[in-house]
Write a protein that binds this ligand. Sequence first.
Ligand code: URP
Ligand code: ZN
Ligand code: ZN
Length: 465
Amino acid sequence: MAYDIIIANGTVVSAQGQEQADVAIQGEKIAAVGKGLARSAAGATVVDATGKYVIPGALDVHVHLELPFCGTVSSDDWNTGTRAAARGGVTTVIDFAIPYGKESLEDAYNNWLAKAKPKACVDYCFHLAITNWDRHGPEMEKMVRRGCPTFKEFMIYASEGWQADDRAIYNTLERTRDLGAMLLVHAESSRVLDELIARHHTPEQMEKHGAQLHAVTRPNFIEAEAIQRAILWAEVTGGTLYIVHMSTAEGADIVKAAQARGVKVYAETCAQYLVLDDSVFARPEGHLYACCPQVKKPKDQQRLWKGLNTGEVCVVSTDTCTFTREQKARWNGDWTKIPMGLPGLETLVPIVYTHGVLADRLPLTQLVAKCCTNPAKVMGLYPKKGVLQPGSDADVVLLDPNKKIVVDHAKMETGADWNPYQGWELAGFAETTFCRGRKIVEDYKFIGENGWGQWLPRERAGELV
Ligand code: URP
Ligand code: ZN
Ligand code: ZN
């Protein structure tokens, strides 16, 4: 058999197990996985993976690249964002195409495609944000047929013009049921959140507590109530619901109970909720860490790690939404003006590997499940993505289990001039990354090109089997 590339002698890791094997690539696809392939390697380029883990390219199914938000535009664009992805071993990203003003879902999709296509270095697709049910609801079927079966609604962000109410969520879930689609929801309880913000929004409180008010005004029940409510609408409609960036122990308990009742609800958490807690807001530059929802308490971290092990949390993503120091400085002492979001694409796998696998919180197979296989399945990209098997895209990542790198924003691909993990020693950066058979990271350095990434059509979403 003629192969182009053989990744030889590595430990190939799947969501089910690990074995010593070779991975053969032909063109953009995996041609074979098995022992001894390198022996018949005539003409193939052999990549020695001795002592390395060989995993499927990770999927970050929650990113916001060059997003107009909080009065500015997130600073990682489709160039720096997807370069960062590659270096972190992420070969597929899913962004959120959001209609502005009177735009349709189709307009939003076209706008996002125009931004992504010339720049993307890894593969990509979009969730479509429904910001006006009456205008966007009737478009859902057409957009599913066009290859976009995941939709998004925000229970907050009225000031951005993005907020969806219960009527919209109820209607959208009904439609997802009929279309084989899935609704992703940002679950926070907006009326009570606004009330708590108003109570604390005084010069005295801001002077005294600074960025800590971001956490004070978002107690865990803000997320818990909204998750509970969204789950009720999923339960009564039979629609498929995916809770994005779940950050609380209470949320995990509610999701677990609903899954046990047979509700079709999935939950994702993000790397930052697993390793950061709200003590960061007391730091001199605590405002930099503001994201939405904010990082919570150590007990929430523990519950989320548990949820990854027991299954109610099925995906780890990043919610990458990068803002520079200058952008974050817009806050000027008022926490409600902080552009909310963190860089993350480059450190997703390293965080889960170092603080999950090496810290004995998560088996390596579960890293593959939560960062590769499950996101591909639930978003309708499996088995094209998320698995190393013949016929799948040749998205392959080599990790050196012993190589640690100290995080330094100045040496990273992300455009951020700060990093929430600055100075942390992390293992699990991609030594080598292949995206559809093309090497895009070598010896920890990005060597890919803009425009290599392709948009990925999907037929349906919402199944983990
Ligand atoms: O802080 C965040 N998460 N910014 C992006 C918008 C969102 O809610 O995901
Ligand atoms: Zn959100
Ligand atoms: Zn987000």
